[in-house]
Design a protein around this ligand. Structure first.
Ligand code: SF4
Length: 332
């Protein structure tokens, strides 16, 4: 059953279960709602890099931090489409374009992004963008151009948000998500762990996500990759079991969403990633870069898929229940 009325107490009980029990329950829910051998493969390209006016404490693209980022204006459409074709050939079915903007402006750059959306759509890929805040008319224009999904992460809990970002607030995020939903675009929304938040913050973020009127179709779970020059440069590495716990809880709360094992994967071994898939992750970012941070290559991922018996999900395929359920009574 898909529920949008989870309570904080219920989520806390799930989140705090002994880890192996939690993973077992999440794996059971996953099998009831999805084909567990299928993993969605997405590629994320930074089409406009750096120089952002926001102050997200984890982000090397914020203009105010001194990082090694190579600032780059908006790429040309042809170049982006070449990347998209390459990603498609390598096995990606979703192509996500990220621009380091606070919000979209109605200018020539936005017109170019609309061209990119049309071009990627014409390749038969699911096209996604992450461009910052949107107005209703911008969301509609993106939808008309063929945008399939829009990424706009909540990052953390409402309570902890101001410790991480001061240049906008939580409601700004929720408002954009509402506009995306209203325009008929699929919602991609998740968060990051390792920002210095408490377990309660993680539970609160999952509460917000799982009680939205509709669950986001994609829920990226990121582990902070601390970048020199950002305020969080000295944060400790996220323990793999923390990632597994977040993924498993997200899977139980939002059974049909694509739970994406996102940033931080480059530091994970194959057995660690296997545990994340077991806990219900069914989507990854593939390709050497995740915006500006390193990520495993397509070849490494193919080897991992072969080893674990996983296969890339086709494009435009919603999560389907297995034909035959032999799992009996999953209660969560
Ligand atoms: S809005 Fe995006 S690009 Fe800008 S600082 Fe925040 S995370 Fe980085």
């Amino acid at each position: 059953m898909i529920r949008n009325n989870w309570t904080k107490k219920e989520i806390q009980v799930i989140y705090e279960m002994p880890l192996l029990e939690l993973v077992y329950r999440a794996a059971t829910v996953h099998r009831l709602h999805n084909r567990t051998a299928e993993v969605q493969v997405c590629t994320l390209l930074s089409v406009k890099t750096g120089g952002c006016s926001e102050d997200c404490a984890y982000c090397p693209q914020a203009a105010r931090y001194h990082t090694d980022i190579q600032v780059h204006p908006l790429m040309q459409t042809e170049e982006v489409l070449r990347y998209a074709e390459k990603a498609k050939t390598a096995g990606s079915t979703r192509f996500c374009m990220g621009a380091a903007w606070r919000e979209v402006r109605d200018n020539r750059d936005f017109d170019r992004v609309l061209e990119m959306v049309k071009g990627v759509n014409a390749l038969g890929m699911e096209v996604c963008c992450t461009l910052g805040m949107l107005t209703e008319s911008q969301a509609n224009r993106l939808a008309e151009a063929g945008l399939y999904a829009y990424n706009h992460n909540l990052d953390t809990s409402a309570d902890y948000y101001q410790e991480i970002i001061t240049t906008r607030d939580y409601d700004d995020r929720l408002n954009t998500l509402e506009k995306v939903r209203k325009a008929g675009i699929s919602v991609c929304c998740g968060g990051i762990i390792g920002l210095g938040e408490t377990h309660e913050d993680r539970i609160n973020m999952l509460l917000t996500l799982s009680t939205l009127p509709e669950h986001p179709e994609s829920v990226p779970i990121n582990a902070l990759v601390p970048i020199q020059g950002t305020p969080l440069e000295k944060n400790p590495k996220v323990d793999i079991w923390e990632m597994v716990r977040m993924i498993a809880t997200a899977r139980i709360l939002m059974p049909k969403s694509m739970v994406r094992l996102s940033a931080g994967r480059a530091e994970m071994s194959i057995p660690e990633q296997a545990f994340c898939f077991m806990a219900g992750a069914n989507s990854i970012f593939a390709g050497e870069k995740l915006l500006t941070t390193p990520n495993p290559s397509f070849e490494e991922d193919q080897q991992m898929f072969d080893l674990l018996g996983l296969e890339a999900m086709e494009a435009f395929k919603t999560a389907k229940a297995p034909k035959m359920s032999t799992l009996g009574s999953a209660t969560l």
